[in-house]
Design a protein around this ligand. Structure first.
Ligand code: NAD
Ligand code: MG
Length: 390
């Protein structure tokens, strides 16, 4: 029996992970499941999978969780420390699928106990790539990418020498507004930004796909995880979302990973690694697809990509600044306080302000400095938005 925990079990990635695990009940011993405000879902899955403990991120919901788990034998806990404790419980495999920088501390705790960490939470690598990789190394833990592009690159590198890699190309669908006139973007609504043409994902990453902040985070994630230079990483718009990434080698060969837009492939790959097992994903009929399209991303439409390039060049804690400011700007867009195109403006203002206060971004990278930088970036994003509102 393999002991598994799922951080962010109630979300889109978490539910897809549970879908796979529940197909082989005899194979897995579920240790911890964590969630947010969806107590009913968390309790239902914890009962069904006979988890040892279920944790909600919200302390004020502990009584609800206890009530929902009454008589089940599943322990209940709540709050950020409880999330870290749950992640630190001995397990062989831990899915990191909390959304946002909140996933960093629990992910580190899972690595510290030596678990294989399946990393959907790209924000951990964006905010603290060096720290995450060093923690894995120091504790002999393995880190497996779950983001579809990064899983695709990882698979393209099996048996290859990283020194033979010339370039890595990650694909982007172009999101909800790929074909909109530029002038219409400023007034795009929350509902319009919350529907993705190809993927069914959580609301935050769906909006980030429309703005390309998701691809911006993934550029940084690629650099951190694979240790290649920023110049070696390209983004190509590919509306069908069937090719997830390509790896280009120095002999000119370009290896593409092709598959349906179903996260259960990347999750299942990380769950079964280093084996490949049968997975319940659709098989592509290439004759029916008949053609695939590609185009260069439009810099005017997607300023987030330019900002990510600046962050990669800057290094240090600038990833934590970028992500913290982006999360806050996204909160404000979801709350209706700023417009769609203002998100990138706010993030750029916060990056500029950090640059003018040199020192902040050059501190040594520890969980503490990353957390402080993340908080300060959010505070400065709030200040930038207050200023804009007049
Ligand atoms: P989601 O919003 O559907 O789920 C997020 C999960 O995190 C939920 O369980 C929620 O309760 C929990 N959560 C939210 N805020 C929290 C907090 N402050 N503390 C603790 N837990 C909290 O998100 P998702 O789409 O499943 O994405 C999860 C992660 O995976 C993100 O980092 C995302 O970028 C990444 N990812 C998702 C997809 C996808 O297809 N959904 C693909 C690639 C990468
Ligand atoms: Mg992705």
């Amino acid at each position: 029996m393999r002991r598994v925990s799922i951080l962010g079990a109630t979300g889109s990635i978490g539910q897809n992970t549970i879908d796979l695990i529940a197909r082989d009940p005899g194979e897995f011993d579920v240790v911890a499941l964590t969630g947010g405000g969806n107590i009913a879902q968390l309790a239902r899955d914890a009962r069904r999978l006979r988890a040892d403990v279920a944790v909600t991120a919200y302390p004020e919901r502990l009584d609800d969780l206890r009530a929902a788990l009454a008589g089940s034998g599943v322990a209940a806990a709540a709050g950020p420390e409880a999330l870290v404790e749950a992640a630190a419980r001995p397990a062989d495999w831990v899915m990191s699928a909390i959304v946002g920088a909140a996933g960093l501390a629990p992910g580190l705790a899972a690595l510290e106990q030596g678990a294989t960490l399946a990393l959907a939470n790209k924000e951990s690598l964006v905010c603290a790539g060096a720290l995450v990789l060093e923690t894995a190394r120091a504790h002999g833990a393995r880190l497996l990418p779950v983001d579809s592009e990064h899983s695709a690159v990882f698979q393209g590198l099996i048996g290859e020498d990283i020194d033979a890699v010339e370039r890595i190309i990650i694909t982007a669908s172009g999101g909800a507004f790929r074909d909109w006139p530029l002038s219409a973007l400023a007034s795009a609504t929350l509902a319009e930004a919350s529907s993705h043409p190809n993927w069914d994902m959580g609301q935050r990453i769906t909006i980030d796909s429309a703005s390309m902040f998701n691809k911006a985070l993934e550029l940084i994630e690629t650099k951190e995880y694979f240790g290649v230079s920023a110049e070696q990483i390209e983004v190509i718009v590919h509306p069908e979302s069937l090719i997830h990434a390509l790896v280009g080698f120095r002999d000119g060969a370009l290896m593409a990973h092709v598959g349906p837009p179903d996260m259960r492939h990347a999750i299942g790959f990380a769950l079964n690694w280093p084996e490949r097992r049968h997975l319940p994903v659709a098989r592509l009929d290439l004759a029916q697809i008949s053609q695939l399209n590609f185009s260069a991303p439009d810099d005017a439409r997607y300023p987030a990509l330019r900002l990510a390039r600046a962050v990669m060049a800057r290094g240090g804690l600038s990833g934590a600044v970028f992500n913290g400011a982006k999360e806050r700007a996204l909160d404000a867009f979801i709350a209706g306080r700023i417009g769609f195109t203002e998100m990138a403006v706010v993030v750029e203002e916060v990056l500029t302000r950090f640059e003018a206060n040199a020192g902040y971004m050059d501190a040594a990278m520890t969980l503490e400095t990353v957390t402080q930088t993340d908080h300060l970036a959010r505070t400065w994003a709030d200040a930038a938005m207050a200023e804009r509102a007049g």
